[in-house]
Design a protein around this ligand. Structure first.
Ligand code: LLP
Length: 431
């Protein structure tokens, strides 16, 4: 199986953390997101332990909650003692209402509105990751009005282009995020922050992209950032104390993907950073990472009911399911690879090659093409694996389909952590 929390029961059913997925589908209905909450907690603790081990005390993971934002995630992160990366008032509100310790919240985004800034301050967000000069002025003005000092980081683009899908590359010079070192604008922006009486610069942030399997792009980004920190010291006398290297560690979606060794990646990055400190004459920094996908993706799967298996003679076969792009838009957007299987025939050989189609009135509403699958028909339960990240968080109500429920499984048993939307929910804001 792709990940260690998955298995096959004596009844030939797919299991997650020992829970029978066919039983879960029966009990809660489909489409259904299932989240192994024990695995999410273990991942939080793993990152915390490894980051402290390789980067020293005070260094910490901040779970990128855009991958999956719901109250349960913030409760798990709080219990594990880690921080979070948040990108909107909605994520802040969700964390705040779950009782997350907001001093460990880092507020990102390339366009924080005045309302966002004010709301984040009301909620006690610990650090703002600032993107541009206008944002700096807006935060300084609000902090001055409140007569408070606010901790900030500056988002910088190091000019790194990792090998991943172009839609998720974010650290190149022409990115919409942050300010570029290469153009001299990053240094100017640092100076602007240092001139603000109510902003306290904690450090710099960069995020180079997502679903990256090599460690070198992180090491190169760190080297560039440490070099820039040396320049800041030279130019302004200010010693930056923290570096946030963002998220982006790869996750295994299909058998062909590598098994990623997170400890090795972190220790290799730490080794290269130690060399960079020596090379640039910079004191060891506190280091933050913002793993999102690698925290939650493998902990999740989605269960659907097969409605039809239709073969267009001489062409191809479609297996239609009772969900689709509204609950998982990632194939439509990025042609993302997924592993599909029939949960009630989990151990059988996959002898068919099919297109898994959603139920929307749109040809592009596909979950996977050319997917190997067990023979199936109406009523079978189809599982899509590794859907914990960027599925629920990117879900929509396209075609007025209610968003599925999410069931948590783990030591606390199986229980609803997000309720299924009702038709009533769909019209709640309609006048
Ligand atoms: N930090 C920052 C500032 C980010 O922009 C992101 C992701 C992360 C951390 C987390 O990266 P991760 O560890 O999850 O790779 N919707 C796309 C992914 C977009 C990622 C955006 N930023 C997808 O479904 O693949």
């Amino acid at each position: 199986m792709l990940h260690k929390n998955l298995g096959i029961s004596a009844d030939n059913h797919l299991t997650i953390q020992g829970f029978d997925t066919v039983e879960l589908a029966k009990k809660y209905g489909t489409p259904l997101y299932v989240l192994d909450t024990d695995m999410v907690y273990e991942n939080c603790v793993m990152y915390k332990t490894l980051i402290e081990k390789y980067f020293g005390k005070g260094s910490m993971p901040l779970i990128a909650s855009k991958a999956l934002s719901c109250k349960e995630i913030y409760r798990i992160a709080a219990a594990a003692g880690i921080g979070t990366d948040m990108v909107s008032g909605g994520e802040i509100y969700t964390a705040f209402s779950a009782g997350f310790p907001m001093e460990r919240a880092y507020f990102h985004g390339n366009n924080k509105t005045d309302a966002d800034i004010s709301f984040a301050l009301d909620c006690g967000v610990g650090c703002f990751v600032l993107d541009n000069n206008e944002e700096i002025s807006a935060l300084e003005a609000e902090a001055a009005k409140r007569n408070i000092e606010v901790k900030v980081m500056l988002r910088v683009s190091p000019g790194i282009d990792p090998h991943t899908h172009k839609a998720v590359v974010t650290g190149s010079v022409d990115s919409k995020f942050g300010v570029a070192i290469e153009t001299g604008q990053a240094l100017e922006t640092v100076k602007n922050i240092l001139a603000c009486r109510h902003l306290k610069l904690e450090g710099l942030h960069c995020h180079i992209g997502s679903q990256i399997f090599e460690y070198e792009p992180f090491a190169s980004a760190a080297d560039i950032m440490i070099g820039f920190i040396a320049d800041i010291k030279k130019e302004t006398g200010f010693a930056v104390s923290a570096l946030n290297l963002g998220g982006g560690f790869g996750v295994r979606y299909v058998e062909e993907d590598p098994v990623y060794d997170y400890e090795k990646a972190l220790s290799d990055i730490a080794d290269s950073m130690n060399q960079a400190y020596a090379k640039h004459g910079v004191e060891r920094l506190r280091v933050y990472f913002e793993p999102g996908r690698s925290m939650v993706a493998a902990a999740g799967l989605t269960l659907y009911t097969v409605g039809s298996h239709k073969t267009i003679t001489g062409y191809k076969s479609y297996v239609s399911i009772d969900g689709g792009m509204p609950d998982n838009p990632r194939y439509a957007l990025y042609q993302s690879k997924y592993t599909c299987l029939i949960a009630n025939k989990a151990g059988d050989e996959k002898t068919d090659i099919v297109t898994v189609a959603g139920r929307c009135c749109e040809s592009g509403d596909l979950i996977q093409e050319e997917a190997p699958l067990q023979p199936c028909s109406r009523g079978d339960v189809l599982a899509v694996l590794v859907t914990g990240a960027y599925n629920y968080s990117m879900a929509s109500n396209y075609n007025r389909l209610p968003r599925p429920a999410m069931v948590g499984v783990g030591k606390e048993g199986d229980r609803i952590i997000i309720k299924r939307e009702s038709y009533e929910d769909l019209v709640r804001n309609d006048i």
